[in-house]
Design a protein around this ligand. Structure first.
Ligand code: NAP
Length: 331
């Protein structure tokens, strides 16, 4: 099979290449997927560059956790009826060397989730890490119908997923962005209120839009930077779900009394170690949301496999608004 891979950590242009590798074979409980589209996430870049001192976990790595395609072979214990099934894939390269930047990938059967016929492979390859993370941030503390949510960074991949899933679940959603192009993306996802975090007083705007109530849930991309906004616009007993900060050394300083008096909770979300039951619930609800037609994320650009270096460079440039994908084959 054709695959992208690297044997050393470093800059994409120096370490990432495309070549022929042996076709992988599914073992017990596994399926092999003929990949149509592969989704890139910041964590794929972080693994390649050794962000935060992270050592390379395998000698040779085929990158990318997310993807979509068609099951073409199954291992012992997986019913043959899965062959031919359209699927979306999550965490393909978690604890494994070979991810989705290849014509074929082998994953545990549960990590290849049925993709409804009306959902494109591009959308399927955009689900994985962003939708699973957003789902955990939004729903770990209960249903959202009639609740109010603030998404910090609503044009980011996870932020955009959070808007889409929260709207699908019946919440009122505010989102912050940092430029007009991002505002369009947040609005297209269904945000009821879009705020430019560099130009507007976010907590004041949230308080006035909610009649002084504040938001019940915050999904935050950089809580170390946004803690004062969080504390100022959370409703009583509100929850801040946190999934990222700008640097690995960041420290979170919480203003004690406002947090105490508000009864606030802080939830830290790491998608890769979500409880099994939460993963199952997330895959079911994300699939249902996508099948309903409500999950339409912005796709920034799709590259051919041979241009995977350009795709990685675009992902890490900070200029991509939306998902960066690699197309493996036409289906
Ligand atoms: N914990 C987990 O399991 C998990 C899962 C997925 C991703 N992550 C991490 O989460 C981060 C974002 O991932 P992603 O795929 O969504 O990346 P992305 O598509 O690049 O989106 C990040 C967004 O956050 C915005 N942003 C940056 N600083 C902000 C701030 N202080 N307040 C509000 N918005 C801000 C950015 O816009 P501007 O910079 O233009 O403002 C951008 O739109 C990455 O570091 C990733 O590794 C963690």
């Amino acid at each position: 099979m054709r695959a992208a891979f690297y044997d050393e950590q470093g800059a994409a242009r120096e370490v990432l290449g495309v070549s022929d590798l042996p076709d992988p074979q599914p073992g017990a409980g596994e399926v092999r997927v003929r990949v149509v589209a592969s989704g890139i996430n910041p964590s794929d870049i972080k693994t390649r560059t050794g962000f935060g001192g992270k050592a390379k976990p395998f000698a040779r790595i085929v990158p990318h956790q997310d993807g979509a395609g068609v099951i073409d072979a199954v291992g012992p214990g997986v019913p043959d009826t899965r062959i031919g099934e359209r699927v979306w894939i999550y965490m393909a390269q978690w604890g494994r060397a070979f991810g989705t930047a290849a014509e074929f990938v082998v994953v545990p059967s549960a990590q290849a989730v049925r993709l409804a016929d009306n959902v494109s492979f591009e959308i399927g390859a955009s689900l994985g890490v962003p939708a699973m993370t957003a789902h955990r941030c939004l729903f770990a503390d209960g249903d959202l119908r009639g609740k109010r949510v603030l998404v910090q960074g609503g044009a980011g991949a996870v932020g955009n997923a959070a808007i889409l899933l929260a709207k699908w679940a019946g919440a009122w959603v505010a989102a912050t962005v940092s430029r007009d192009e991002q505002a369009e993306v947040a609005r297209a996802a269904g945000a009821d209120l879009v705020l430019n975090r560099h130009e507007e007083d976010v907590s004041h705007a949230i308080r006035s839009a909610t009649g002084g109530h504040g938001v019940d849930r915050i999904v935050d991309v950089d809580i170390a930077a946004n803690i004062n906004v969080a504390v100022a616009c959370l409703a009583r007993d509100g929850v801040v779900s946190v999934y990222s900060t700008e640097t690995p050394e960041a420290k979170l300083i919480i203003p004690f009394f406002p947090a105490l008096l508000g009864g606030f909770s802080f939830r830290f979300v790491y998608v890769y170690t979500m409880p099994e039951a939460a993963m199952r619930q997330a895959t079911q609800e994300i699939s249902a949301c996508a099948a309903s037609g409500a999950y339409v994320p912005r796709i920034a650009k799709t590259y051919a496999l041979d241009a995977v270096v350009d795709a990685h460079e675009f992902q890490e440039s900070g200029k991509a608004v939306g998902k960066v994908l690699v197309r493996l084959q036409n289906a």
